[in-house]
Design a protein around this ligand. Structure first.
Ligand code: ZN
Length: 503
């Protein structure tokens, strides 16, 4: 056996870059959670400056030469498994960044940061035409980015790669098409069901302090380590990790809707558990990072939907909810409550959508942005195409741009290629959970007894601790024994909503 060589110098340089990255994350988190309004301008400059330093360090001659020599060792088979994975992933990222000239990166950053404000104003006025010139610039730059980065079949793949490394839009299209072919008629059956369900029993008056207490108790019970993380308040809920021992999650509170914050917290807790489950010893390398946005989203969605919207989960927590909020839940029957939190209704706004309709919102965005980048549709046609798809998939009419094509922040910041991750998350979650149920005897009984450690440990060992050791595709095969398919999610929806809506 040949002696394996080390890459200690590269690792050292990498640490510098990662520490700077961590500091940037703290600044972002503070901006969303604590920063006073007037701090925005100077904070943006601080972040832009530090980001520039970070980029320079990553593409510097010194780092490039360390990375190139590590790449030579990798190709000669002189590196062990861990080092090989680190160099493989760094090289991928380096190649991508190298292809984007500094002038292009700056122009993109400028256009996208302007884009955010233009989008906010256009959405306020509900007028797509106000956003059109800016979005045209963004799309033109994203098309250029795809050309600079390069691709095999579709230019969209070059953008998708930022969020879902190694994935192709061809594979995703096939999987999403299967899902859509199931969802559209299934939703129609639900709409035609005589089983009427109302979610009004969930509304009440819930003091924020009490909501916070309940949310925190549940997050703690399922395993979020509050000594290695915090829950705070922000306008848009999110999660971020500076290190596995310092993970931040946020939520927002609505006085009359306890479940907006509740499911938000469980969702972010799922993300947080992934971040806390990464190996501290690999911090500062790709092996201390999550695989992809889709895999990250599988963790949040599994806890939020598969677990926290299940009967088993509420067998344990419903009595506690009733005790904490006797008004209105004291008199609510368990079955009515369970149905209400799983109420399905086609709606215009993605972030408010239920488990059944959510993926249709994503599929239409994926179809639109793929064609947009490929050039088969143009930016000015977006509202028309958007509205037609909403009517075709969800059976409802879009009354204005604000509740249609202008609702999401993503495109305004150049986040084209991000949307598929959400639905991939649902599919991965269903497939992982199916295997977890086989591996953990009595999983549902455990959940009903408030015992979450087996599931949490299973996810940690099977997914979290590996960081970027595997691609998403090889991880799914490794954990579940087969490639990603929409079938597990379809079966899950059929079983759950078939029972709820008696269809
Ligand atoms: Zn999420």
């Amino acid at each position: 056996m040949t002696r394996k060589e080390n890459i200690s110098e590269l690792r050292e340089k990498l640490q510098e870059i990662y520490h700077l990255g961590s500091a940037l994350q703290v600044l972002h988190w503070d901006m969303e959670v604590f920063m006073p309004l007037k701090g925005a301008e100077s904070r943006a400059k601080t972040i832009a400056n530090l980001s520039g330093i970070l980029h320079e360090k990553f593409v510097s001659k010194e780092f490039a030469s360390l990375l190139k020599s590590a790449k030579t060792k990798l190709e000669a088979g002189k590196l062990g498994g861990v080092e090989s994975a680190i160099v493989r992933e760094l090289w991928r990222e380096f190649e991508r960044q190298k292809k984007l000239p500094m002038s292009f990166v700056k122009e993109m950053a400028q256009v996208c940061s302007e884009g955010h404000n233009v989008w906010i104003k256009a959405r306020e006025k509900s007028d797509f035409k106000l956003f059109l010139p800016q979005l045209k610039k963004i799309v033109a730059l994203k098309r250029k980015e795809a050309e600079l980065v390069g691709y095999k079949k579709s230019p969209y793949d070059a953008l998708l790669d930022t969020y879902e490394p190694y994935a192709t839009s061809e594979e995703i299209s096939m999987t999403f098409e299967e899902l859509k072919n199931f969802l559209v008629p299934f939703l129609k059956k639900i709409k035609d069901s005589k089983n009427r369900i109302s979610s009004t029993i969930l509304k009440g008056s819930f003091p924020v302090e009490q909501q916070k207490k309940f949310d925190e108790e549940v997050a703690k019970k399922i395993g979020f380590d509050f000594e290695a993380g915090r829950l705070d308040t922000s306008v848009h809920p999110f999660s971020t990790g500076f290190h596995p021992n310092d993970v931040r999650i946020t939520t927002r509170y609505r006085k009359h809707d306890l479940f907006d914050s509740f499911f938000g917290v469980i969702h972010e807790t799922g993300h947080g558990l992934y971040e806390q489950g990464l190996e501290a010893k690999h911090f500062g390398t790709p092996l201390g990072e999550s695989i992809s946005h889709g895999i990250h989203e599988s963790q949040s969605r599994m806890w939020e939907n598969t677990v926290a919207r299940s009967k088993s989960f509420w067998k344990y927590f419903f009595p506690k909810l009733q005790k904490q909020f006797p008004d209105p839940f004291g008199k609510v029957k368990f079955d009515d409550f369970y149905r209400a939190i799983n109420f399905v209704e086609p709606s215009l706004i993605r972030v408010e959508a239920d488990e059944v309709t959510y993926s249709l919102h994503i599929i239409l965005r994926f179809e639109i942005e793929k064609e947009l980048i490929e050039g088969s549709i143009e930016v000015e046609d977006l509202p028309k195409i958007w509205n037609a798809k909403i009517e075709e998939y969800l059976g409802i009419k879009v009354p204005n741009d604000a509740s249609g094509v202008l609702q999401d922040v993503h495109w305004s910041g150049g986040g084209i290629g991000y949307f598929p991750s959400y639905t991939l998350g649902n599919l991965y979650a269903a497939q992982f959970y199916n295997t977890a149920k086989k591996d953990i005897l009595n999983l549902e009984e455990e959940i009903a007894a408030g015992e979450f450690s087996h599931l949490r440990e299973w996810l940690r060992q099977k997914i979290h601790i590996h960081g970027k050791m595997f691609s998403a595709d090889s991880l799914v095969r490794e954990v579940t024994g087969e490639p990603l398919t929409s079938q597990f999610f379809i079966d899950y929806l059929k079983e759950k909503y078939g029972e709820i809506y008696k269809i």
